[in-house]
Design a protein around this ligand. Structure first.
Ligand SMILES: *Cc1c(COP(=O)(O)O)cnc(C)c1O
Length: 418
């Protein structure tokens, strides 16, 4: 069979796993073990030579199992399966989305360097950039979805450190407003400012749409990052992360992961493999539901404005329409909306929901609602929140896999209480 011709969803149950190596078990067992027995001392020596890059691989040779901080079957098979969605050469799974993001940033930047990043980014990422990286003397310059390429270049030049730009990190669609960033434009900036001695690395946090509806590598990104806690895990019961890219870059990411020791454990690997089997159907169902919910909200008299990708073809500007057509294969399952009124009305709505739970996080089977200004984005400076429309009347919904009629009934009764 030519696996490369198949869709990823067809391969999530079997790819990379050989039942004959596990007593014929149809499912990959949980390899709950810290270390692996070598057949001979010479074999152990040869595994270590490969693991530490002391010799090249022989034709067809794979790195043998050594120790679960370096490799474990549950992680390796999961990583191979994740590669299929993004057509990536290699993948590293982490114990959280934040450890994937922070490890990649620490590997590709050094003290004195400059980072360009889109705003808003996930609160934890924002904190890491503006507190921890600052402590390492790594400066960061932010830009908004509304900035043109010329405006972004002007911002980089204004730092006086254009020759020290080593990384561009973006999130698109932006959380919580679904504003779009053009990955190909960022890849152009990266190319223009890369030199042989100092390549610029472009990383995209694809948690909101991936790995099904947006594939950043194809648009010129070097690294794709995930909070696997969200859609990949998909059941709100595990924290994990992933980073994908070329073999060359991933060798560096995995190298640092080995020494930070922030790889995921076998149990997490097993849970995520189980989740991947239903990834496509979960995400498709959630997106289908979201289109119904968005349509209901758009026509509701107590709702002022809806931020949803599916509205871009009819309501967006030319630039948004172009990015939407080029980058996305679905309008996703994340919706934000401005309720008429302020914090009191927003809180009344949130407190009145019954089926939909009031919680942060996203991408799970159950629908969740939250208030970005005072919850997920509490830490973002007020003036920045204003620019990005994160106001007291904004509510964010992560639409799950329930029946859309029940979700709409719940939203409807909660809006009626206002
Ligand atoms: C949740 C999230 C993260 C952080 O992931 P954890 O798994 O919670 O560490 C990073 N980026 C985005 C976009 C997220 O939603």
């Amino acid at each position: 069979m030519d696996y490369s011709q198949m869709k990823p969803e067809s391969l999530m149950m079997s790819y990379g796993y050989k039942p004959s190596l596990s007593e014929g078990a149809i499912k990959c067992p949980i390899f709950q073990t810290s270390t692996f027995v070598f057949n001979t001392a010479m074999e152990g020596k040869r595994f270590f030579e490969l693991a530490y890059g002391l010799r090249e691989k022989d034709a067809g040779e794979e790195l043998g199992l050594i120790y679960s901080r370096l490799n474990n079957p549950d992680l390796e098979i999961l990583e191979n399966r994740l590669c299929l969605w993004d057509k990536a050469e290699d993948c590293a799974v982490f114990e959280s989305g934040m450890s994937a993001i922070s490890t990649a940033m620490m590997e590709f930047m050094a003290p004195g360097d400059l980072l360009l990043y889109s705003r808003p980014v996930y609160g934890g990422t924002d904190h890491f950039i503006n507190h921890f990286l600052k402590k390492l003397n790594i400066e960061a310059v932010g830009f908004y979805a509304t900035d043109s390429k010329e405006e972004i270049m002007a911002k980089i030049n204004a730092t006086g450190k254009v020759d020290r730009l080593t990384m561009i990190h973006i999130e698109t669609p932006a959380n919580p407003t679904n504003a779009l960033i053009d990955i190909e434009m960022c890849a152009e900036i990266k190319k223009e400012l890369s030199t042989d001695e100092k390549p610029v690395i472009l990383s995209v946090d694809n948690t909101y749409m991936g790995p099904v509806w947006q594939h950043p590598l194809k648009h010129g990104a070097d690294l794709v990052l995930y909070s696997a806690t969200k859609y990949i895990g998909g059941h709100s019961d595990v924290i994990a992360g992933a980073c994908l890219g070329s073999k060359e870059l991933m060798a560096r990411v995995k190298g640092l992961r080995t020494f930070l020791g922030n790889m995921a454990g076998p149990w997490t690997g097993w849970l995520l493999m189980r989740s991947l089997e239903t990834l496509k159907i979960r995400m498709d169902q959630a997106a289908h539901n979201a289109s119904h919910v968005a349509e209901f909200l758009r026509n509701h008299p107590k709702v002022e404005k809806v931020y949803y990708l599916g509205l871009i073809p009819s309501q967006g500007n030319e630039r948004e329409k172009e990015i939407y057509r080029n980058q996305y294969s679905s309008s996703g399952a994340m919706i934000s909306f401005d309720i008429k009124g302020g914090e009191a009305e927003a809180f009344k709505f949130l407190d009145s929901l019954k089926l939909i739970k009031l919680a942060v996080s996203l991408g799970g089977t159950e629908s969740l609602a939250e208030h970005p200004q005072t919850m997920t984005h509490a830490d973002v400076p007020m003036e920045d929140k204003k620019v990005m429309h994160i106001t007291e009347k904004l509510i964010r919904l992560s639409v799950g896999v329930e029946h859309h009629a029940d979700l709409i009934a719940d939203i409807s009764q909660a809006l009626e209480t206002i």
